[in-house]
Each structure stands twice: as structure tokens, then as C-alpha cells.
Design a protein around this ligand. Structure first.
Ligand code: HPA
Ligand code: ZN
Length: 326
């Protein structure tokens, strides 16, 4: 079997996907027209040309601006449905999708519009593709912990539909310790916890995510490799890392995909997974991520199978459902 067919046919879970980061330029223009929003670009090509980033913040500035076209429940439904259709074609059987409520509520879009649009697409993905999914509500770490508490309060009527809280946006200068109390409050409400750590931030931020946020997974985690004691700790705990190869390359977390540490992570015994992060901005969905890193690092089919197994094992699916996927 050709590598591409093998990768697409491999059943997998996607665990690190920002739904706002799946907004393709074509849909951005369609929603801008539908909602009467002006865009600072005059063509899809001009939008794509703007996607040349030298770090995380360069990307975030464009990503938050793009999200401005999302206004109604139907917009969020259409956004998520486009993602699920692509994910299903990539062999994704289960997706745990992050959303950033503050990006929308701070512009006056009601929380209910955001989450109801996502939930209706999740139901349709299950019916259309047999693709199960879960929601991760992410707090923007460049905002205050009080703002995160306000978001958690807004989510109260939907807590049984939210699997976990997450932590994203500008990492350096906004350590996990800033959010210790709101993560404890989320845990007390029965929510799981994930956090971006060690993408641009130091290994100390990964230690903090473990010690102070009691996370179930680390999103990215690349810089953990700088600290041998931390690696030992992550291996010992069986901690899942949601690694995003094309994102790492586009945001200059790795200089060249040929230097990506994914196979080193596996060799160290880390539970690494492959994910797309913000596929519309980074040039590919999850199968593209598997393929790109497989080629750049000469991964074996056994490595690819291990990565896919890690994705189900590290998911928030119930144990019996995980067993059925493995
Ligand atoms: N890092 C931090 N915040 C984000 C990312 C990321 O890779 N993608 C979307 N928000
Ligand atoms: Zn991310």
C-alpha cells in the first residue's frame, strides 16, 4: 500500500485541533459576505500569502482577526462541519476539538451561539460519518484568570457537554501558575484538563502544568526534551503529548521538519500523538501531518501505528470505547 493510502486508512483520533484554526480562506470570505464583515484582504490568495509566520504571536494576530467573521450559530456549525468532513476523509474516528469562547464573547457573540453551533455539527458528524467528538473549552492565557472564571461561569448550563478545559494563546509570560485556581475549579466540576506547554515556553511551564493544573495531557510539549528529569517524569506518568509537526514548522518551533523530534519522543518512551493544531493556517490536516513527518523522519509503519494507538489511548473516550479502537 502506498504511504498516503496507509496513513489515510489508519484509524486515528485527533486530540489537538483549534476549531477556529480550521477556518479556510474560502469559508472566511463566504462568511464575511454572509455577515457583511469587511476583510483586510481582497482575495483568497492574498489571505494565504499573509500566512508566513516567524513565531506564535505572528500567527495569533492573524488567527484572532480571521475569527471575526464567525458570528452566528450557523457559522460555527458550518465551520465545524467542514472540519469533520475533512477529518473523516483523513481516517479520524474521534476528534477532541478546542474552542476559544473568549475570542467570540469579547466581540459580543453570545456563548450559546458558539457552543450550540458546535454541538449541532458534532451530532451531524456522528450521524454522517460515525465520527465521535468531544469539546475542550480553552482559556486565553494572555487574558486574566478572572476572565477565565467568567468564561467557566458562562459555560455552566453546558458543563455536561464539555469534556475538558484547556489553555492556549501567547505562552511566554503567561505561565500555567496564572490559572491554577480556575483549573482547580474546573476539576471540581468534573472537567478534564489540558494545557499548551513547552511550545515556546520553557520546560518549567510543563512542570507547572503537571504540578499546578493537574493536566491529563500536554499540548505540544516539545521543549520538555530540554529537561531529562522532566522527560523521565512524563514517561513515568504515561503522559500524552499532542504534537503538531506542521504547526511546529510554520511557527518556527523547529527550523526544519527534517529536525522534528517526534521519533526521538517515541524512542524515549513518550506517548506522542500527531495532530493538526490549526490546519487552515499551517498547510494541512491530520493525515498531511502524519505524511509530512513520516517522510521527513523516515518513520516506519510500526511508528505510525504506535502514534495512532497513542491517540486513542490518550483520548477522553471511556475505557471500553478506547479498547474497541485499539
Ligand atoms: N499555541 C497557542 N495557542 C494557540 C495555538 C497554538 O499552537 N493555536 C491556536 N491557539
Ligand atoms: Zn494548539
Amino acid at each position: 500500500v502506498e504511504l498516503e493510502a496507509f496513513v489515510r486508512g489508519l484509524p486515528k483520533a485527533e486530540l489537538h485541533l483549534h476549531i477556529e484554526g480550521s477556518l479556510e480562506p474560502e469559508l472566511m470570505f463566504a462568511l464575511a459576505r454572509r455577515n457583511g464583515v469587511a476583510l483586510p484582504y481582497d482575495s483568497v490568495e492574498a489571505v494565504r500569502a499573509a500566512y508566513a509566520f516567524s513565531n506564535l504571536q505572528d500567527f495569533l494576530d492573524i488567527y484572532y482577526a480571521g475569527a471575526g467573521v464567525l458570528q452566528t450559530r450557523q457559522d460555527f456549525h458550518d465551520l465545524a462541519m467542514a472540519y469533520f468532513d475533512r477529518a473523516a476523509a483523513d481516517g479520524v474516528r474521534h476528534a477532541e476539538i478546542m474552542f476559544d469562547p473568549q475570542t467570540h464573547t469579547d466581540r459580543g457573540v453570545p456563548f450559546a451561539e458558539v457552543i450550540e453551533g458546535l454541538l449541532s455539527a458534532m451530532a451531524e458528524a456522528q450521524a454522517r460519518h460515525g465520527l465521535s467528538s468531544a469539546l475542550i473549552m480553552s482559556f486565553l492565557r494572555h487574558l486574566s484568570q478572572d476572565a477565565a472564571f467568567a468564561t467557566l461561569a458562562m459555560a455552566e448550563p453546558w458543563l455536561d457537554r464539555i469534556a475538558a478545559v484547556g489553555l492556549d494563546s501567547s505562552e511566554v509570560g503567561h505561565p500555567p501558575s496564572k490559572f491554577a485556581e480556575v483549573f482547580a475549579a474546573a476539576a471540581a466540576k468534573g472537567l478534564r484538563r489540558v494545557a499548551h506547554a513547552g511550545e515556546e515556553g520553557p520546560p518549567a511551564y510543563v512542570h507547572e502544568a503537571l504540578d499546578l493544573l493537574d493536566v491529563d495531557r500536554i499540548d505540544h510539549g516539545n521543549r520538555a526534551l530540554e529537561d531529562a528529569g522532566l522527560v523521565a517524569r512524563l514517561v513515568e506518568q504515561g503522559m500524552t503529548l499532542t504534537v503538531c509537526p506542521l504547526s511546529n514548522h510554520k511557527l518556527c518551533v523547529v527550523g526544519d521538519l527534517a529536525d522534528h523530534p517526534l521519533d526521538r519522543m517515541l524512542a524515549l518512551g513518550l506517548k506522542a500523538t500527531v495532530n493538526s493544531d490549526d490546519p487552515a493556517y499551517f498547510g494541512g490536516y491530520v493525515a498531511d501531518n502524519y505524511l509530512a513527518v513520516a517522510k521527513a523522519r523516515s518513520l516506519s509503519r510500526a511508528d505510525l501505528v504506535q502514534l495512532a494507538r497513542n491517540s486513542f489511548a490518550g483520548s477522553f473516550l471511556p475505557t471500553d470505547a478506547i479498547a474497541r479502537h485499539l
